[in-house]
Ligand binder design. Structure first.
Ligand SMILES: Nc1ncnc2c1ncn2[C@@H]1O[C@H](COP(=O)(O)OP(=O)(O)OP(=O)(O)O)[C@@H](O)[C@H]1O
Ligand SMILES: [Mg+2]
Length: 257
């Protein structure tokens, strides 16, 4: 187990939108069972990096590896894209995303939302998917909301449904993009608790967050991104306790209330 390849490995990744270079050579590794958090100012490239990791965005240079398997590219530079469609789908379905705005289907019940991708994308047996969907909804504390529609749930409940939906894909890792930013403080705590439980279980997670307490509590490793580059990284105690760079010190003093 200890020699297992990391679930996600990104090496020297470069990404531009037209003339705007957003990622300028970034390396990130998420070993199996580890939680890596990405922090940094608005516009520093955190969401872009997550989206490049699960191939929702193309990148122009550098490598992305999933469980040791390098992504096959076709073309170069601005024309580069994943060259193997089956590999791309496999990676995407194994790195389930949870977004700030939940992105639940409003016309489907919570249970249907959680079952949708495993049944239609992964072609799993419907009865088995239903059983595991109910299990994950129980796990995040909303097993009684199976037949409700998203609009009938609080923000915290909707985000927990989105986490159950990600879990029901049985992914190798979960990618969170600001999972608590749209929530009121007390609802935020419900979601933080679920994320902490997942970390305790040994789930591999890559978490973009503005919540420094969450990053400090759940992470094995924290990466501070500044203008498309890693400005500082390390274990949370060191990064938050003894920041080395003025940039990180400035960011933390502006962020921590
Ligand atoms: N689809 C796009 N087209 C053009 N530019 C984009 C696109 N998406 C992001 N950008 C730009 O890339 C830069 C990085 O954006 P990104 O969303 O990755 O930042 P972020 O660190 O996630 O910020 P935030 O904390 O506000 O979510 C920003 O300057 C943004 O304007
Ligand atoms: Mg973002």
């Amino acid at each position: 187990m200890t020699n297992q390849a990391p679930v996600i490995e990104i090496r020297n990744l470069h990404k531009s939108y037209g003339e705007l270079e957003v990622l300028k050579g970034v390396d990130i590794t998420a070993p199996a069972g580890h939680v890596v958090s990405l922090i940094g100012s608005s516009g520093s490239g955190k969401s872009t990096l997550l989206r490049c990791a699960n191939l929702l965005e193309d990148s122009q240079q550098g490598d992305v590896l999933f469980c040791g398997e390098p992504v096959t590219w076709k073309g170069t530079g601005a024309n580069r894209q994943p060259g193997d469609h089956a590999q791309m789908i496999r990676i995407r379905t194994n790195l389930s995303m949870v977004f700030q705005q939940f992105n639940l289907w409003s016309h489907m019940t919570i249970l249907q939302n959680v079952m949708e991708a495993p049944v239609t994308v992964l072609k799993r047996d419907k009865a088995e998917v239903e059983a595991s969907a109910r299990k994950y909804l129980d796990k995040v504390g909303i097993g009684d909301k199976c037949d409700a529609f998203p609009a009938q749930l609080s923000g915290g409940q909707q985000q927990r449904a989105a986490i159950a939906r990600a879990l029901c894909m049985e992914p190798k890792a979960l990618l969170f993009d600001e999972p608590t930013s749209a929530l009121d403080p007390e609802l935020e705590q419900e979601v933080v608790k679920v994320i902490k439980d997942l970390a305790t279980e040994g789930r591999t997670m890559l978490i973009v967050t503005h919540d420094m307490r969450l990053a400090a509590d759940v992470s094995d490793h924290v990466v501070f991104l500044h203008q498309g580059k890693i400005a500082e990284e390390g274990p949370p105690n060191t990064l938050f306790g003894q920041p080395k760079t003025d940039r990180l010190r400035g960011f933390l003093s502006a962020t921590v209330s």
